[in-house]
Ligand binder design. Sequence first.
Ligand code: FDA
Length: 341
Amino acid sequence: MPEGEPGVDNRCMASDRAGWGAARGRSPQGLGAAALLRHSLLWASRRHGVQRVVSGSPFTRRLVRRFVAGEDLADAVAVARRLAAQRLSVTVDHLGEDTRDAGDARAAVAVHRTLIAWLASEGLASRAELSLKLSALGQHLDEELASANAGEVCRAAAEAGIPITLAMEDHTTTDSTLRIGGRLRAEHPATGLVIQASLRRSEDDCRSLAHPGSRVRLCKGAYQESAALAWQRRNDVRLAYLRCLRILLEGGALPLIATHDPPLIEACHRLMAATGHAGVPHEHQMLFGVRGDEQARLAAAGEEVRVYVPFGARWYPYLMRRMAERPANLALVLRALTSRA
Ligand code: FDA
């Protein structure tokens, strides 16, 4: 559906569009400032100098604990156990990306295999999933290497009855990730793929993934992309998200609705009701440390809710992307920068 055309997707968001500015008291200039902050933090997420300063701050440690289960496997398993006791499912992510060394990629495979064995031995397999970043498995070195490494993790996970979802990184990796995902799905059809609704190409990608049994995590997209490639305005991204969701629903895919955005979540439910998909299997996914109240509310309302639980020593880029998602988080980063011991 072309941007701005009246239709069910636009109607689903219409009331929120009116309410968004009012609720936040923001002018269009205010949203411009928010975008600038977001870009600055995403820029900082790729800068080693800023990483050194932020990582050295005592305040940062507290911040990391809010968004990351811990540095060790045991921390991730403990959080998974706690969430499972609250009837929440988890998707565990070993932090690490952009590996430039084949040995490091092999080490990442080993960590994932240990994690799978540990989750299984704790009886958590039915509540757990793994989220895999292909760049941690060597995607930037060689696509074949990453594919083989991911295949090994998928086989171990399948034996334990744990599904895998391939996370999606910046747009330069989209084609390669979808290609590898397609290959993995031939052997393991439950392998999940991620669509970033903010990318202009995503509706087409959804069409090729919209078939029964296809698990698709639908998120907005956490990376800084140009206007030529991605919708930039918040509401345009929300409308694109709804168009993607509609395509997935109509094709019979299993949508994994990965957003914390309350108006968008409501709009997803309205869209499902309006298009005759009320009650079809779907899942809500949210990040550890973000909107725990909403996670509990949805679970209490009978929704399937999965919490994304990251762990590991390489938390810096992940933390900065989380900071970038919310202008209020800038104050936290500034505090981390100025509270160096
Ligand atoms: P949005 O940014 O619209 O914020 C809505 C509200 O949620 C805020 O007002 C605030 O209350 C709360 N909130 C959101 N983020 C917060 C934060 N960091 N701190 C505090 N409060 C916050 N991206 C990607 O490119 N590739 C991927 O593979 C994934 N995978 C993924 C898995 C899961 C389970 C989730 C939930 C998200 C991802 N993402 C992702 C990230 C996603 O693309 C997006 O950047 C974030 O979810 C933020 O967008 P939302 O729509 O959730 O909230």
